[in-house]
Design a protein around this ligand. Structure first.
Ligand code: HEC
Length: 122
């Protein structure tokens, strides 16, 4: 019976979703597959999308290795939880004329999870 507390401690140490935080970064990592078609979460930008490593707290269109649209460059956004939520829910409404061809997630819970995951990419 000694194994249970050990597993619980390991879970906490790995940062599994705490009871206070409903958003689930592990689920967000799965959902990131939809973004990974165009975005790296670890390193350099791809030909189709800017890297999302360190995206939370970064200014929009800040990377030198990706050619952003004029719309993204003049958006003036600094990506935080609130602006990311709005952008992922509806990219064209948040940054009109930007070039991200993504229609948004249907379920609001999915957006919270993906942002919880993006926050781990610092
Ligand atoms: C089909 C390709 C594609 C998919 C899928 C996609 N994106 Fe993008 N994304 C882009 C492109 C292209 C841009 C740059 C847009 C511009 O410059 O106008 C972008 C820009 C962004 C930015 C702004 C980056 C910066 O440096 O300012 C964020 C944040 C972002 N995407 C998040 C996501 C997330 C989260 C997902 C998955 C839910 C996703 N994207 C899915 C292509 C994609």
């Amino acid at each position: 019976m000694r194994i249970l507390p050990i597993l619980a401690a390991a879970g906490l140490a790995l940062g599994f979703a705490s009871a206070a935080d409903a958003a689930d970064s592990a689920k967000g990592k799965q959902l990131f597959q939809k973004c990974a078609e165009c975005h790296s979460d670890t390193g350099a930008s791809t030909d189709v999308g800017p890297s999302l490593k360190g995206i939370v707290g970064r200014k929009a269109a800040a990377l030198d290795d990706f050619r952003y649209s004029a719309a993204m460059k003049r958006s003036g956004i600094t990506w935080d939880e609130a602006s990311l939520k709005e952008y992922v829910a509806n990219p064209q409404e948040k940054v009109r004329g930007n070039r991200m061809p993504f229609s948004g997630f249907a379920a609001p819970g999915d957006i919270d999870d993906i942002i919880a995951y993006l926050k781990t990419l610092g």
